[in-house]
Design a protein around this ligand. Structure first.
Ligand code: IMP
Length: 421
């Protein structure tokens, strides 16, 4: 399952629907820059690291090797869930996942500050610096927590260089590797250790036994480090292909890719946004859609549905179907626009232009559809939808070329309907 836009499509919600029929739910990339909100029996659960499937007793939630884990955040999440009566004992962490350290967060904040007008608008959670360390081979991995002396020496090595940067570039006091090692060894390692397991072996046994495994992408296609609107992207690969790398399975195991698309578009942070609205309709979408970050509280930018991006996302991820979320947010609109193509220098594009500088110049070509001016929040079947809503969803379906399987009409666990057969 993968986001087809810039994140915040409501993936947690759809994972929750699909996880019901799965035995394992795996996070394969990203970290606590993600924020998934679930509403169960009126109670709100906000998860950042633990796969949304945790709320089902029959699901084994797995954090794969492609994720970066801030162990403090993980433990707080486990404690919060435990306080609400959710048992986290089944949770399994890959020993090869990298850890987000306090110095990653410090560096993320300082680097953003230094970028001035060229800010990426990161979540300042240390995600970029943690993945940079992974690529530079100076990262600390979950399994290092099991070997105190090795952990201490890795931290000393990594911080020797980082402290020079912190002090000389940023005038920061630096981070004491031994104090950090003590903290990790005494407070973090004993609590994290019970969750560390052979995630690769576990997944292969599950697949061999014919069990269903759901891979839960965080962030989204256009925040992808390779395929997104670089440099305004995250530092991992949310696209479906990375589910393989980030969990240790092969391509043959994937038989279904569900793309999640919001019925309109939002983006947090900087970067191009062809269909962005700077008017009262944009404000209306923010207010009705409660478009403020679950994680950082930032107001999201809003715009019309962009079928060019959606088509590209269907290609990049090989989506076999779509789940459309937040259709109800459009309930009160008189007319609704959908961007069906881009125009750049007089040429029409049905997919994203291959050069980013062309993307920056794109002018949206819109189709305009009538609104339904009806409250959809109670709809539970396709025939409950007014004709205009069916037409809107069918129009998006034709634009993307794959069936829209689910349509969500409210935040509650039961507020969705099956659209395509
Ligand atoms: P980072 O992932 O914190 O480095 O942030 C890089 C970009 O990705 C910024 O524009 C963030 O706003 C965006 N981003 C990261 N995680 C999410 C998410 O879960 N939802 C939406 N945007 C995100």
């Amino acid at each position: 399952m993968v986001g087809t836009q810039w994140g915040d499509e409501g993936k947690g919600r759809v994972v929750d629907i699909v996880a019901k029929e799965c035995a394992h739910v795996v996070r394969y990339q990203g970290g606590h820059n993600a924020g998934h909100t679930l509403v169960v029996d009126g109670e709100v659960f906000a998860l950042q690291l633990i796969p949304s499937g945790i709320l089902y007793d029959h699901v084994v939630p797995i954090i794969g090797n492609g994720v970066v884990i801030d162990p403090r955040v993980l433990l707080t999440e486990i404690d919060t869930l435990a306080a609400k009566g959710v048992n986290c004992e089944r949770l399994m962490l890959s020993p090869q996942a990298h850890l987000v350290m306090p110095y990653h967060q410090i560096l993320d904040e300082l680097a953003e500050g230094r970028r001035g007008d060229n800010k990426i608008g990161t979540t300042k959670r240390g995600i970029g610096p943690a993945y940079a360390d992974k690529a530079s081979r100076t990262g600390i991995r979950v399994e290092d927590l099991l070997d105190p002396e090795h952990l201490r020496s890795r931290l000393r090595g990594s911080l020797a260089e980082k402290n020079v940067i912190l002090r000389d570039v940023y005038g920061h006091e630096g981070v004491d590797p031994d104090r950090l090692a003590d903290e990790l060894i005494d407070e973090i390692a004993p609590r994290v250790a019970p969750y560390i397991g052979d995630t690769v072996g576990h997944l292969h046994e599950a697949l061999h036994a014919g069990e269903r495994v759901l891979f839960e992408g965080a962030q989204a296609t256009f925040l992808d480090l390779d395929h997104g609107t670089y440099p305004f992207v995250t530092s991992s690969n949310p696209v479906a292909g990375y589910a393989l790398v980030g969990s240790g399975i092969g391509p043959g195991a994937i038989d279904q890719v569900i793309g999640i698309a919001k019925a309109y578009l939002t983006r947090v942070g900087a970067g191009p946004f062809v269909t962005e609205l700077h008017d009262e309709i944009g404000d209306h979408l923010v207010e009705v859609g409660r478009e403020y970050g679950t994680n950082t509280g930032r107001r999201r930018r809003t715009g019309w549905f962009d079928a060019v991006m959606a088509r590209q996302a269907v290609r990049l991820n090989a989506c076999t179907e779509i789940a459309l979320t937040k259709l109800d947010v459009l309930d009160q609109l008189e007319t609704i626009k959908v961007c069906v193509a881009y125009e750049v220098d007089g040429r029409r594009y049905e997919y994203l232009p291959h050069l980013r500088r062309l993307h920056d110049k794109a002018i949206p070509v819109y189709a305009e559809l009538p609104g339904w001016k009806t409250d959809l929040s109670e709809a539970t079947e396709r025939h409950d939808l007014p004709r205009e809503a069916v037409e809107y969803v069918s129009f998006l379906e034709r634009q993307m070329g794959v069936p829209i399987r689910f349509v969500c009409v409210g935040p509650g666990r039961e507020q969705y309907l099956r659209f395509a057969a």
